[in-house]
Design a protein around this ligand. Structure first.
Ligand SMILES: [Zn+2]
Length: 310
């Protein structure tokens, strides 16, 4: 009897503590907050609700914050990198997308927002064929858990055959060139491509391939660094069609690459004309989602997702 009473109280206490913890968790990090702003044109972007928070981080050199992690599905400590703080001090470009790194899952703001938006857009959709232009990243493995049969690939070199598997980093990886995908016309329900387009010299050909391989009514979710204050896309470099060498028009800029330690060249700085270009290619609808969240630390106005419907 005493045992039963003690167990009863223990259970009660456990329930109460759980309730209390979840109350605090939700009061600090309300899951109901909508972390995305949906716009159909860039000129409709007005005041950003995270601006005060951004200023606070910049002026106070904050190096760690508490935030909601959509990958861990819990409240976590996120770090703001030293390089980031230096960029702030020197008045340089602040890349909010690649920072605020969760100390448990190590996803940054960009990849956490991607997981959030994929959940929001596709968790209730029936998807039979889905492809993503990455295969070795933590984001790929996370999304593979969410989307049944998600196929991933990496670009492994011009001498490789699309759709074939090659040994890479101790595993077999599918090769695809996004300017000549091995998928058939109208094959895919969903195509995901995150921060790849800026590294493709002929990005319009890549977008045409995305359009070709999607089913009618199929969707693509893309990110590429877009500067909402840039009217027209600037080409920084291109591959010469005669000698196939890279020609630079502006100072070369390299981004991190999961399969190449020396980084990957950025060919374009995208501007807001990307939306017009997508309509010209044939997409019937282009929605723009901007990740904005004080609780998840999706800051700045560069956190842009393009959601395309064929
Ligand atoms: Zn996390």
């Amino acid at each position: 009897m005493i045992n039963n009473i003690s167990n009863y109280f223990k259970t009660k206490e456990k329930l109460y503590m759980n309730k209390l913890f979840s109350f605090f968790k939700h009061s600090i990090f309300p899951k109901k907050e909508s972390p995305f702003l949906k716009v159909d044109a860039f000129h409709t972007i007005g005041f950003l609700p995270t601006m005060a928070l951004e200023q606070q981080i910049v002026t106070q050199n904050i190096s760690a914050v508490s935030a909601w992690c959509s990958v861990c599905n819990d409240a976590r400590t996120m770090t703001i990198s030293t390089a980031f703080v230096d960029a702030i001090k020197n008045g340089g470009f602040i890349n909010w997308r690649e920072d605020a790194i969760c100390q448990v899952c190590h996803f940054n703001a960009r990849t956490r927002a991607t997981v959030d938006l994929v959940n929001l857009l596709f968790s209730k959709k029936k998807i039979q064929s889905a492809y993503i232009t990455e295969a070795v990243t933590p984001l790929f493995f996370r999304l593979k858990e969410k989307i049944n049969g998600l196929v991933g690939s990496e670009y492994l070199g011009g001498d490789k055959v699309g759709g074939q598997l090659y040994a890479c980093q101790g595993q077999l990886i599918r090769h695809e060139d996004v300017t000549r995908l091995s998928f058939s016309d109208n094959e895919l329900d969903l195509l995901l491509s995150f921060d790849v387009l800026e590294h493709v010299s002929d990005y319009k050909l890549a977008l045409t391939e995305i359009y070709r391989t999607l089913k009618q009514g199929g969707h693509a979710l893309l990110t590429t660094p877009i500067n909402p204050r840039l009217k027209s896309t600037v080409t920084r470099a291109y591959v010469d069609s005669v000698d196939l060498q890279v020609k630079h028009l502006l100072e070369p800029v390299y981004h991190g690459d999961p399969i190449n330690n020396s980084g990957i060249l950025c060919f374009h700085d995208f501007g807001i004309d990307i939306v017009d270009i997508l309509y010209l290619i044939g997409f019937s609808k282009v929605d723009v989602f901007i990740a904005q969240s004080k609780n998840r630390y999706y800051l700045g106005d560069f956190h842009i997702f393009l959601y395309l419907t064929k």
